[in-house]
Write a protein that binds this ligand. Structure first.
Ligand code: ARG
Length: 456
């Protein structure tokens, strides 16, 4: 079939080569952005008198028709038209006749595709921000219910000190808050119009870039036409922000997987977010958490692949850049899906507060309490640490916990200990007393909750 760019060519490529070079199978996701960009461009062509008002209006009507068809899923794309831009231009000409061929005056596919990508990401980043907020709301909702639910806090995955479960959940709230800020902050570098940069050097037509940018809702225009068509930094930044955000999701995924194991039994996931085994009837697997942990692989891969595509590329547009799209689409879909799943999974999980509390009682995570108690009585902390370490060993040999010791046993270890030690060793009291700013003390967690709520 004759190409829209076919004038200089004496033969058309074989079909399999055409297919190899085509992007229509995936860039059709940009159909609405492409039409939006074309509408702004052709309005600008009419306003500046580059096309007559009649021509501009005729083309606008044709584009609106295509938009309707696109929304109804009625457009039929063809590989021989290569990409979304040429497909739509061909359809426009079929729709309104040769005047459709005037749409491409003063622009190129290079600024056109860049415009589409900016429009697309600007929208999608806002969608992702909204989903981050939903997940934050789910964390806040559970945290609020579990300010006074205590469980062991871990370092090295070894029980360390008792903490509030609300405090633990809110740690993820703040990670997500930084992710949200990074996405918000990136918007100002996405919200720039490349349209009118044309192929690379600008155009001889008296176009008005500010006007088309304004029509598209962009806050500014690229200052340099070459930068405008070759910049994909905004995509790298999006992929990088996504990689870090999904890293955070994998950490929580890992905890959810651990917590829902028989060994921990701290939570039970709602059935919606788990699946059974085809052979073992008793199984309830935390599939969704595992899957998100695994999907981080593709998100990291997409970042590395984009960096590799750009590395060493000379100015300006190079066909390599067509490879920027699939990873971006895939990352958008992965992030939206993962955040949505997580919000629901957190919101609906059952927290087994009694098991968590039991884990704290059957444990030495109140040992620091005893060391602090001795230190408060004037014993140098290093010595207090040694005394408590020996007591822990004594308990291990006796197969009991610190709270099981008699006052005589305590006094034997250190004469300074009196019977107020039992109150100090209570895990709930241990948590309550960690009231330093940002600590796990219940009052601090309540303050944190108030701050978190203001941000969602
Ligand atoms: N399909 C191309 C892409 O996605 C559009 C830009 C093509 N420009 C060109 N000069 N061949 O990158």
């Amino acid at each position: 079939m004759k190409k829209l760019w076919g004038g200089r060519f004496s033969k058309t490529p074989e079909q399999w080569i055409e297919e190899f070079g085509a992007s229509i199978s995936f860039d059709q996701q940009l159909v609405l952005e492409d039409i939006e960009g074309s509408l702004a461009h052709v309005k600008m062509l009419g306003k500046t008198g580059i096309l007559t008002q009649d021509e501009s209006e005729l083309i606008q009507a044709g584009l609106l028709k295509l938009k309707e068809k696109a929304q109804a899923g009625e457009l039929e794309y063809s590989v021989s038209e290569e990409d979304i831009h040429l497909n739509l231009e061909k359809m426009l000409i079929d729709e309104i006749g040769p005047a459709g061929g005037k749409l491409h005056t003063g622009r190129s596919r290079n600024d056109q595709v860049a415009t589409d990508m900016h429009l697309y990401l600007k929208k999608q980043v806002q969608v992702i921000i909204a989903h981050i907020k939903e997940m934050q709301a789910a964390l806040v909702g559970q945290a609020e219910k579990h300010v006074e639910t205590i469980l062991p806090g871990y370092t090295h995955l070894q029980r360390a000190q008792p903490i509030s479960f609300g405090h633990h959940l809110l740690a993820y709230f703040w990670m997500l808050e930084r992710d949200k800020q990074r996405f918000e902050e990136s918007l100002k570098r996405i919200d720039i119009s490349p349209l009118g940069a044309s192929a690379l050097a600008g155009t001889t037509f008296p176009i008005d870039r500010q006007y088309s940018a304004e029509l598209l809702g962009f806050s500014s225009v690229y200052e340099n036409s070459m930068d405008a068509v070759s910049d994909r930094d905004f995509i790298v930044e999006f992929l990088s922000n996504s990689a870090l955000a999904i890293t955070h999701l994998t950490r929580l995924a890992e905890e959810i997987i651990l917590w829902s194991s028989k060994e921990f039994s701290f939570i039970e996931l709602d059935d919606t977010y788990a699946t059974g085994s085809s052979i073992m009837p008793q199984k309830k697997n935390p599939d969704m958490a595992e899957l998100i942990r695994g999907k981080s692989g593709r998100v990291f891969g997409n970042l590395l692949s984009m960096l590799t595509i750009l590395k060493g590329l000379p100015m300006t547009y190079n066909k390599d850049m067509q490879e920027d799209k699939e990873g971006m689409f895939d990352t958008v879909h992965t992030m939206v899906g993962s955040l949505k799943i997580f919000a629901g999974m957190i919101e609906t999980m059952t927290v087994k507060a009694d098991v968590m509390e039991e884990a704290v009682n059957q444990d030495f995570s109140n040992a620091t309490e005893l060391a602090d108690y001795l230190a408060a009585k004037g014993i140098p902390f290093r010595e207090a640490h040694e005394i408590v370490g020996k007591l822990v060993l004594y308990c291990i040999n006796k197969n009991c916990y610190l709270l099981d010791l008699t006052l005589e046993e305590f006094k034997e270890a250190c004469g300074e200990i009196s019977d107020d030690v039992y109150g100090v060793l209570s895990p709930t009291e241990a948590v309550r007393r960690r009231n330093s700013y940002g600590g796990t003390g219940f009052d601090q967690v309540k303050i944190q909750l108030e701050q978190a709520k203001k941000l969602i």
